[in-house]
Design a protein around this ligand. Structure first.
Ligand code: KDG
Ligand code: MG
Length: 402
């Protein structure tokens, strides 16, 4: 069997998605997510212009060899564009392998390690009482874990707080919108938020929070120490993670668990963080960290160092990525939790899939392969729409991290 076609499909059913579809000489098809929010067309071009021509005639069964070919063969290693493109090829090849074997991909990864994949949803609001009402909705839906984000008094817009509660979409403008940030104000409100959540919902619910790269290590250390009594499940992305050493400072001051990795694209972004046990959860994803093959390598390294998984699962990761993530989540020994932001109905129609939510868990599809397809006719009805993530400035106008 040989690869006969590799096609890039860009569609925007409410938001942009890039998908790679590979076809074999036996007529088997596989798909992989290649969406890089706000930079979608760079990956589409990398695939179309530099990867698809190399796939034609290759044996689709040779997943590891193809991964190494694209990684080593590019000469320019790593980076989000390259690794997202490699991920799409890798994911599509796992899909094909599962279909050829007649097995869901998780069976090829060693089979189930658990019955379901614990997921967390996003509860957010401008005010703390609004957040509490949102948490209640998730609890009613059966969620066992909820991320809480609230507006910061005095700031116009805050990361994680949205108008549409169920389908939060941060890439919301044709040019980047500008938000302002005050660490001092933020640090005042978060302990109040946690106190209120624990007061109303007790300690059985897992409560998570995303700092979205905005603090320095010592600020994050202080916040972790303050929140410890409310037992957060994790604090996510406390600081930008280019400087892996920075996390040591956080560790010296708090036992609040730390999660990081949604912007990582290779094992080298987290090698020190994992090896020195500076984090508790690794949030790298199938789509941005080199596919199932490379993410499993990261998860295996993590397992050796008591680090559990907690993959990113925002709306900009397509149902193809979510399907692939669930096959890994159900199989790996060190699974922790999976983020689950629901996609809109239009997105679900373009990407019909077999995974489903029940009682706080997601369950991967039992279909051979990944259990997700793309409806190309429908996809063609939603042309690409330029959309950027916001940028962030301090009160005095300096650029900050969004
Ligand atoms: O594209 C960026 C989003 O996926 C990101 O801002 C969402 O931080 C995020 C999260 O934890 O879901
Ligand atoms: Mg995040």
């Amino acid at each position: 069997m040989r690869i006969t076609d590799a096609k890039v499909i860009v569609t925007s059913p409410g938001r942009n998605f890039v998908t790679l579809k590979i076809t074999t000489s036996d007529g088997v098809t596989g798909i992989g997510d290649a969406t890089l929010n706000g930079r979608e067309l760079a990956v589409a071009s990398y695939l179309r212009d530099h990867v698809c021509p190399l796939l034609i005639g290759r044996d689709p069964a040779r997943i590891e060899d193809t991964w190494q070919y694209l990684y080593r063969g590019a000469y320019w290693r790593r980076g989000p564009v390259t690794m997202t493109a490699i991920a799409a090829v890798d994911t599509a090849l796992w899909d094909i392998k599962g279909k050829v074997a007649g097995l869901p991909v998780y069976q090829l990864l060693g089979g189930r390690s658990r019955d379901g994949v614990t997921v967390y949803g996003h509860a957010n609001g401008e005010t703390i009482p609004e957040v509490l009402d949102e948490v209640a909705k998730y609890v009613d839906l059966g969620y066992r874990a909820v991320r809480v984000q609230c507006g910061v008094p005095g700031l116009d817009a805050t990361y994680g707080v949205s108008g549409d509660k169920m389908f939060y979409e941060p890439a919301d403008a044709r040019l980047p919108s500008e938000a302002t940030w005050s660490t001092e104000r933020y640090l005042r409100v978060v302990p109040e938020l946690f106190a209120a959540v624990r007061d109303r919902f007790g300690y059985d619910l897992h409560v998570l929070h995303d700092i979205h790269h905005r603090l320095t290590p010592i600020e994050a250390a202080g916040l972790g120490a303050r929140l410890q009594e409310y037992r957060p499940f994790w604090l996510e992305d406390p600081v930008p993670a280019e400087l892996q050493d920075g996390f040591r400072l956080i560790r010296q001051h708090t036992t609040t668990p730390i999660a990081v990795g949604e912007v990582f694209n290779s094992i080298w972004d987290c090698e020190q963080l994992i090896r020195e046990q500076l984090i508790d959860y690794i949030r790298a994803t199938v789509v941005h960290a080199g596919g199932i093959t490379h993410l499993r390598r990261i998860f295996d390294l993590a397992a050796l160092h008591h680090v559990r998984t907690g993959s990113h699962g925002a709306t900009d990761l397509s149902p193809v990525c979510m399907s692939a993530a669930l096959h890994l989540d159900i199989a790996v020994p060190n699974f922790g939790i999976q983020e689950y932001m629901r996609h809109t109905e239009a997105t679900d129609e373009v990407f019909p899939h077999g995974y489903h939510f029940a009682d706080g868990y997601l369950h991967p599809s039992e279909e051979p392969g990944l259990g997700v397809e793309i409806d190309e006719r429908l996809a063609a009805r939603y042309p690409y729409e330029p959309a950027y993530l916001p940028v962030n400035r301090l009160m005095d106008g300096s650029m900050h991290n969004w």
